[in-house]
Design a binder for this molecule. Sequence first.
Ligand code: C5P
Length: 232
Amino acid sequence: MGKDVIVACDFPSKEKTLAFLDQFTEKKPFVKIGMELFYAEGPDIVRELKARGHRVFLDLKLHDIPNTVKSAMAVLSGLGADIVNVHAGGGVPMMKAALEGLTREDGTRPLCIAVTQLTSTDQETLENDLMIHAPIKDVVTHYAKNAAGAGLDGVVCSPQEAGLVHGSCGEGFLTVTPGVRFADGDKGDQKRVMTPAQAKAEGSDYIVVGRPITKAEDPVAAYERCLREFVD
Ligand code: C5P
């Protein structure tokens, strides 16, 4: 897999998602299906977008006891998603169980990555809400090493941390990075943000971009701007 832009399809229905994606006539974007769309439409939305030729990152961030995660991942594995994920905070046995559940009879499986810390979490949230009294960069590195040790393929992290993660887990360990904003754009609720060009310089493998594309006046132009800044 090479560098690419993943468009976060945070829409409430299949109709809105397809109307949005129908605008992209040149290149079918790699898409991310999150909780909102999956809970609204169920597993068929994954099958439908795959059938339309999109690569799919199914971003459900599983976090439960190992047995439950293993069984749930066995179901998700059958849907044909290209990437699925868990919260690294669920621990190493949970991440290993996720891989077991994902592995099909023929030995193949979707890529599985772990959320280190949400890009909406900053040092203050970490300390005050989660009672984690370590620098956020150390927490991210520690969680990424746990994910690599459990056999996962990469992590979701802030683009600001992509270089750090590659430094501690290897260049082949994927960094999938939301929290991307254009230099002249709105940050919204994201705290640890970078532009597509900065994410590229930091070594990020995939940027996940939602509102800067979905809420743009011209979503296709915004997507193409991301490709230009990040991939070309
Ligand atoms: O609209 P925006 O570009 O902020 O969308 C970012 C997307 O990435 C959202 O769908 C959000 O759920 C997801 N995400 C994130 N931070 C993580 C993991 C996923 O923002 N750590």
